[in-house]
Write a protein that binds this ligand. Structure first.
Ligand code: ATP
Length: 228
């Protein structure tokens, strides 16, 4: 696949495959074209050359995209409302996940009064409830502090274990990719090309201090040229 914005070539020959139910992490340096790739896969942008053969996808954008004037519950229920569900049905469906997502008691809270981690959980729930087979997650935890990020990685792993989907997870964070993905696609600096693909054949749940996790993280960093 190829995509340029004027003289800026964002993607140059990126070829990517995901099997149904597989979590594929896409890791690459800042500005290499990862968001562009997700926009094309989700049908929000068109490639200049190449094709996308993907099922219907829902995108969790880099900034959480929550609507500031809606409550947490109505934000989570938004995709269902857009899909034609009544307000009551959409709220009930969204609410049935609130306890598991650690959001109980915050149904009426507006996004500005939620913590960063909670906002990400609401945004993820909204993406999940869109009911599409493919989830495109663009740096879902990029804005979180290290501790909140570690917690968020755990709940995402648990949520996907409960409700498996095909996932494209864009991240800068090699460790996050090793913890969550079945396969890691490493991209070059812009224009993005696939540098290497690593299989993550490790049992779940994965622990960041595990020797195999640390070893794979180092292999990925080396492939990206970030480790001697
Ligand atoms: N709509 C656009 N118009 C012009 N240039 C764009 C547009 N979208 C992206 N670009 C450029 O394409 C390149 C790739 O951008 P993209 O956002 O896809 O990278 P990224 O890997 O997601 O970056 P980051 O990791 O920092 O989020 C950048 O140089 C960016 O400036």
């Amino acid at each position: 696949m190829r995509k340029a914005y004027g003289d800026v070539v964002a993607l140059d020959g990126v070829d990517l495959r995901a099997a149904a139910g597989e979590v594929v992490a896409v890791v690459g340096p800042s500005g290499c074209g990862k968001s562009t790739l997700l926009s094309i896969v989700c049908g929000l942008d068109a490639a200049d050359a190449g094709t996308v053969d993907a099922p219907e996808a829902s995108l969790m954008p880099q900034r959480d995209g929550l609507l500031p004037w809606l409550s947490a519950l109505d934000n989570a229920a938004l995709a269902l409302r857009v899909g034609g569900a009544s307000k009551a049905a959409a709220r009930a469906a969204a609410h049935s996940h609130f306890v598991r997502f650690g959001l109980e008691g915050f149904e009426k809270t507006r996004p500005a009064a939620l913590s960063g981690g909670m906002r990400q959980r609401v945004a993820f729930l909204r993406t999940l409830l869109a009911g599409r087979p493919l989830l495109c997650l663009d740096e879902p935890f990029g804005a979180l502090d290290a501790l909140t990020r570690a917690q968020a990685q755990t709940w995402l792993a648990e949520a996907l274990a409960r409700d498996p989907r095909t996932v494209l997870l864009v991240t800068h964070d090699v460790e996050e990719a090793v913890l969550l993905a079945d396969r890691i696609v490493l991209l070059s600096p812009r224009p993005a090309r696939v540098v290497s693909v690593l299989e993550v054949a490790l049992p779940r749940p994965r622990v960041r201090t595990d020797a195999a996790v640390v070893q794979l993280r180092e292999r990925a960093l080396t492939a990206l040229g970030l480790q001697p």
